[in-house]
Design a protein around this ligand. Sequence first.
Ligand code: DAH
Length: 380
Amino acid sequence: MVEKDSDDHTPAEEPIATPNFIGLLLEVEQDAMAAIEASEKPIDQLRIELLGGKSELARLTKQIRRVPEQDRAQVGTVVNQVKQKIENALSEKTINTPQGATEPIDVTAPGTLPPVGHLHIVTQAVSEITRIFERIGFTRVRHPEVDWDWYAFESLNMPPNHPARDEWETFFIKYPEVSSQNTLEVIQLHTSGKKYKTIVLTPHTSNGQVREMEKGKLPIRMINIAKCYRRQVDVSHTPMFHQFEGLYIDRNVSIMHLKGVFDYFVKQFYGPDREIRLRPFHFQFTEPSFEVDISCGICHGTGYVTKGQKCRLCKEGWLEMAGSGMVHPVVLKNGGVDPAKYSGFAFGWGIERAYMMKSGTKLDDLRLIYSNDVRFSEQF
Ligand code: DAH
């Protein structure tokens, strides 16, 4: 307080020439710059010392009235420039100083590692499924995800307007414009005797069946993994999802082989204690057809978690997983395979669903898988 009084009164009486005052201001600026560069004090403390109410700059600013009145505005501008310069130097030092660091930096300390990601759960599942089937002689193949109606439906024994098609809520696509480049290809397709019809976003991986047979090599042991598209969005559906489709065609293939392959897959993917069962069903492209269930991993196929308390994950101990069956003779014929000599089985599973069942996650909304939220993805 004493100091303040003396500032306010005593020196204020003596006038000071403008250039001298500006000289004093520039000295304050220089001292401040040197202090900022050399000092290891925390930035906040430095700021108070250099710009606060008791700083040299504040003291000098208060004496501005000693300058001739007509020059005060000009001097005021210089005061502001000095303040700004000190402020800038302090901010720069803040950026270059590790937070709260008053200690010397250890340049030999290991750096901060950038966060490391991992493959998306669906990608993980795709490679795991591929590896399991490869061990029993299946080869992963790829077929178009945008395909002719013929492969997605008609060759699979579902003629146009067949009611079974309704189950696949399909996205249809217009023909590409016929340009001079693809005219030939389109004409060939239309005159090749097959009714290609329109183009669809494949609603299931079964379009790979006839395409695989058309390669003309037997036996076939394919696993076709691809994206599928259907007009469905709710807690258990996303408009884009993945399926894996198995097809085994050889002489004397029977339902026993189908069961054996499923059993092997389920025990590898879910664990040795899981069982499968086939339930009679209907698909146009298989005869006989089945739905495949696996025993529930929570209640171990009993339907009850404790006595009297029903399992909430499954239906009476079983989870519905896949469609399957013995390839229909019409489908074999459409693929150029003689049903009198060859038989085969096929199956199709949804990958997202298969993975949900495996991890035992309490995932109550399948759409989360594609929400791009790392808080979700990090858990797997
Ligand atoms: N494509 C069927 C679907 O998406 C699943 C399916 C059922 C595939 C039976 C098959 C099969 O290969 O034989 O619902």
